[in-house]
Ligand binder design. Structure first.
Ligand SMILES: *Cc1c(COP(=O)(O)O)cnc(C)c1O
Length: 413
């Protein structure tokens, strides 16, 4: 049995703790991907200052106090504006993508209780490539999940989704894009399906929600996926990914206030009676709200476009570098991020991941098919790109020589 760390009887010295915090910090270069998603320094410093100023404040009060509510509403308005909203669209804050998925599915379930009262065992239909949180949250919500096939291009097979719809189906899901393959599901076609069957459609834009609009403006071929598709009811989008806001912060954007109503659970219970919160959480760190407001206000459209350019430039440099490494390739063109790296011939990519981990690169990966995911962000500077490519080339050569035998770090969580 390992020893439990005792609470020290006497507190330790401030400078001793500070020194330990510094030595425990992950390597700024080689641990970069495991600390994703990071903005350039000026944005980071502004966010840190804003967060620290409101560190001890509680976002709990955002629905009742204008001190918090005005700023949170500004964040949510700015967020909503990016998704081609209807005049009636609005947004909700959450603690992250997982909670945003929970919120979307919960609202879908509540909507179905009103509109499909005959359904007693509700089911959702999601592509194989949807994030695991859809299965996790369905567990909490008592929803059955049917995962349907994806096509050869790694996109949801809409016919397979159509075939899976039965009288218990209350909600469809599409990703824009999914993490694994960085592919946009055909949201327009899934939207038609949802409308035809009168069921909820949640689009998971957790990863790309705050990058897609700017990628589109930069001319990258981004399919139409947001509220321009009439069947889309709710969208999850993580500010703490390409919104460059400090964790924890994600958003759900609702097509209309009517749909938002299915999100709210405002009991009158206990000695105080009313209990009104933004969503699942009670106490929340107000620092995240003020930091998000600061970052979005500071960057504006121009800033997000500039950061998007940095991301796509770094992505291209890594793609070019990987193409020059014997044994590795870019297995498919990502429509956004993360950048996939795959093996050529029979190279065991798990061994590459093991070797990279030993050097301090904790990377994301998957097994179907084997790939390493590089979540390139706007703080990916030349030093990171060059060190990564150098280490990757060296480790891949070691794997080809048989110098690394342990395989198995192609994982996500
Ligand atoms: C990151 C992500 C999530 C979950 O977000 P967390 O913030 O990690 O809870 C859901 N869907 C996609 C596509 C993601 O990339």
């Amino acid at each position: 049995m390992t020893e439990r760390t005792p609470l020290p009887a006497l507190g330790r010295q401030l400078d001793e703790i500070t020194a330990e915090l510094v030595t425990r910090q992950p390597d700024k270069v080689r641990a970069h991907w495991s600390r994703a998603f990071r903005p350039p320094n000026d944005v980071h410093e502004l966010a840190a200052r804003a967060y620290a100023m409101y560190l001890d404040d509680n976002g709990f009060f955002s629905l009742v106090s204008p001190v918090f509510g005005d700023v949170e509403n500004a964040v949510l308005d700015m967020a909503t504006s990016l998704f081609n909203p209807t005049p009636d669209s609005c947004a909700t804050s959450t603690s992250g993508g997982s909670e945003s998925v929970f919120a979307g599915l919960h609202a879908a379930r509540e909507w179905a209780r009103v509109h499909k009262p005959e359904v007693t065992s509700p089911k959702i239909v999601v592509p194989f490539s949807a994030h695991p949180s859809f299965t996790k949250m369905s567990h909490y919500l008592g929803l059955r999940v049917e995962r349907t096939a994806i096509d050869a291009e790694f996109r949801a097979d809409v016919e397979a989704m159509a075939a899976a719809i039965d009288e218990d189906t209350i909600c469809l899901v599409g990703s824009a894009p999914c993490w694994w393959y960085s592919r946009y599901d055909p949201i327009a076609a899934i939207g038609e399906l949802a409308e035809r069957h009168d069921i909820w459609l949640h689009v998971d834009g957790c990863l790309g929600g705050y990058l897609s609009p700017f990628a589109e403006r930069l001319g990258y071929p981004i399919p139409t996926w947001d509220f321009r598709v009439p069947g889309v009811c709710s969208i999850s989008a993580d500010l703490h990914k390409y919104g460059y806001c400090p964790k924890p912060y994600s958003t759900v954007i609702w097509r209309s206030r009517d749909l938002l109503e299915y999100h709210h659970v405002h009991p009158e219970a206990g000695p105080a009676g009313a209990y009104r919160m933004m969503g699942f959480n009670g106490s929340r760190n107000a620092g995240a709200i003020f930091a998000a407001w600061s970052v979005m206000s500071y960057l504006g459209e121009e800033g997000y476009l500039r950061l998007a350019r940095l991301v796509f430039d770094a992505r291209q440099r890594i793609m070019d570098g990987v193409a020059a490494i014997n044994g590795l390739e870019i297995p498919w063109q990502p429509e956004l991020l993360p950048l996939p790296i795959g093996p050529t011939d029979r190279l065991d990519l798990g061994r590459v991941a093991t070797g990279m981990k030993e050097l301090g690169w904790w990377t994301f990966g998957m097994r179907e098919p084997p790939a390493i995911h590089v979540p390139v962000d706007a703080a990916t500077d030349d030093r990171i790109v060059e060190t990564y490519l150098g280490d990757l080339a060296a480790v891949t050569a070691q794997v080809r020589e048989g110098a690394i035998q342990i395989s198995g770090d192609l994982r996500y969580g």
